[in-house]
Design a protein around this ligand. Structure first.
Ligand code: NAD
Length: 491
């Protein structure tokens, strides 16, 4: 099934998605998308011009006017029907993701299904946007607080979880009555485009969702400056996030940013080592470590050092690596980009040059099937320290670095000693220690004994250089709303 499906999806020319139509760029220019598994061309996308961007935003503004007029109950019902339709397309959209991003088909398909769950979660939130009525200073005076959709939102997304991270923005935006212009990356434009098209096929009004493709620094920049765009939601690197914030500052637009991570894990003396190693290997290597919540660095109590490293090695070496398109059940596919391989290698070389020892991996797997793609083996580095890049910078590759500690205070200080603050992990059987770490680790999420970081019901927020604002949970809904106080003196 996989080969037949993937072959049927290759070689297409994808347009911009505006007003329910797939249209070429005004100047008909295109960009070719390549497979990370073999570097062969997969498809072409349109490179949006400034006029195309204006057209998409004006269409979205018209869409917003219609969509915001519906009741929350009407929007909930339309969105849920559309999400149900998208579920029927999960094989096709998942395969597009496997082709362009490299992640194994089964994981890509699961991402589409999970994204439908998120869209539905937020559709349910639509009817829970409640204002409130205040007590007032005088009889006959009424004070009512209400929330209104902000308007057209620019949704700018990265390539590592190209549909999931879109759904985190699309879900709340659509639910509260905003329209959107989506700008995926040129690495993975196809699956988010297909996801948005399917939502419209499933019943979301065409003018409510547009998708623009082209270089982020050009299309994204023009898009966020457009006067009709009232809100920008972006997931990506810290450098791009800071740039975007500067770009929109003169216009005082609402903005939320989910940015980079450099996530630590503390393994305490009383930790269940089998569980800790399983979770660390999962969070360190899943999606080839290309996740903002990947575990980059591990601080293990000296008493558990040897046993943890041995278990981690076992876990890393049993992971299967394959072409995610033809080998959909593989644990790992290729990395998405050549840059990813370069950074991974640089971090490994830097660490080894400064005294780290290579426990496993450190190179591409051997064999003809791996020669053309961006493949790399899951890598564990031991005896690391804070002077190494792998302990300070986001590798965004399949490397886990290990350092020891003697006291918990030392571990917390080490874990907090970066500019990032997205997710921190801890492993302990003691509830008091769990809560102490929960309170003292500087991160938007602290996850103890588990790698299940993201849930629709809880907020995901980056501290320090890891973000601005909140995604997921009912808190995220307010990122897409304006607040209004209506005061009436009845005379
Ligand atoms: P990136 O910063 O290169 O690009 C992100 C998006 O911004 C892309 O769509 C890109 O085209 C666009 N863009 C680039 N320059 C722009 C500009 N000047 N104006 C407007 N848009 C512009 O990030 P990436 O390489 O696609 O993704 C990887 C990064 O994303 C990593 O740092 C990772 O940690 C981060 N990330 C964070 C989270 C989170 O929730 N915190 C989740 C996943 C990924």
């Amino acid at each position: 099934m996989n080969t037949e499906l993937s072959n049927s999806l290759k070689g297409q020319a994808w347009g911009l998605f505006i007003d329910g139509q797939s249209v070429p760029a005004e100047d008909e220019s295109t960009i070719t998308i390549f497979s990370p598994a073999n570097r062969e061309p997969i498809a072409t996308i349109a490179r949006a011009t400034a006029n195309d961007i204006s057209k998409a935003v004006e269409t979205a503004q018209a869409g917003y006017k219609e969509w915001a007029k519906l009741t929350a109950y009407q929007r909930e019902s339309i969105i849920k029907k559309a999400a149900a339709y998208v579920r029927t397309q999960a094989d096709r959209i998942g395969m597009l993701m496997a082709l362009e991003q490299g992640k194994p088909f089964n994981q890509a398909k699961a991402e589409i299904i999970g994204s439908c769950d998120t869209i539905e979660y937020f559709a349910s939130e639509a009817v829970r946007v409640e204002g409130y009525v205040n007590q007032t200073e005088k009889a006959g005076v009424f004070s009512i607080v209400k929330y209104y959709p902000v308007g057209v939102c620019a949704l700018i997304t990265p390539w590592n979880y190209p549909v999931s991270l879109l759904s985190w923005k699309l879900g709340p935006a659509l639910a509260v009555g905003c329209s959107v212009v989506v700008k995926p990356t040129t690495v993975t434009p196809l699956s988010p485009m297909a996801f948005c098209m399917a939502l419209v096929e499933g019943g979301i009004p065409a003018r409510v969702i547009s998708v623009l493709t082209g270089q982020g620094s050009v299309v994204g920049d023009v898009l966020v400056k457009h006067p009709l765009v009232k809100k920008v939601a972006m997931t990506g690197s810290t450098a791009t996030g800071k740039k975007l914030m500067q770009t929109v500052a003169p216009y005082l637009k609402k903005i939320s940013l989910e940015l980079g991570g450099q996530c630590p894990a503390i393994v305490c003396a009383d930790a269940d080592i089998i569980n800790a190693a399983t979770v660390i290997a999962y969070k360190g290597f899943r999606n080839m470590g290309q996740s903002c919540s990947s575990i980059n660095r591990v601080y293990v109590h000296v008493s558990k050092h040897q046993s943890l490293v041995a278990e981690l090695k076992k876990n890393a070496e049993k992971l299967t690596i394959g072409d995610g398109v033809t080998d959909g059940a593989a644990d790992l596919g290729p990395m998405a980009t050549a840059d990813g391989i370069t950074t991974t290698k640089q971090h490994i070389e830097d660490a080894i040059g400064k005294g780290a020892s290579l426990v496993t991996g450190g190179r591409a797997p051997e064999g003809g099937q791996y020669e053309k793609g961006f493949y790399f083996m899951p890598t564990i580095l031991d005896n690391c320290h804070a002077g190494m890049k792998v302990m300070q910078e986001e590798t965004f590759g399949c490397v886990v670095a290990v350092e020891t500690f003697e006291t918990l205070e030392e571990a917390v200080n080490k874990a907090n000693d970066t500019n990032y603050g997205l997710v921190a992990y801890a492993f302990t059987k003691d509830f008091k220690t769990s809560m102490h770490l929960g309170d003292t680790l500087e991160a938007g999420t602290v996850c103890v004994n588990s790698g299940a970081v993201n849930t629709n019901y809880a907020p995901y927020a980056g501290w320090k250089d890891s973000g601005y604002g909140v995604e997921l949970s009912r808190n995220a809904v307010f990122e897409y709303l304006e607040t209004k106080h209506i005061k009436v003196e009845a005379i």
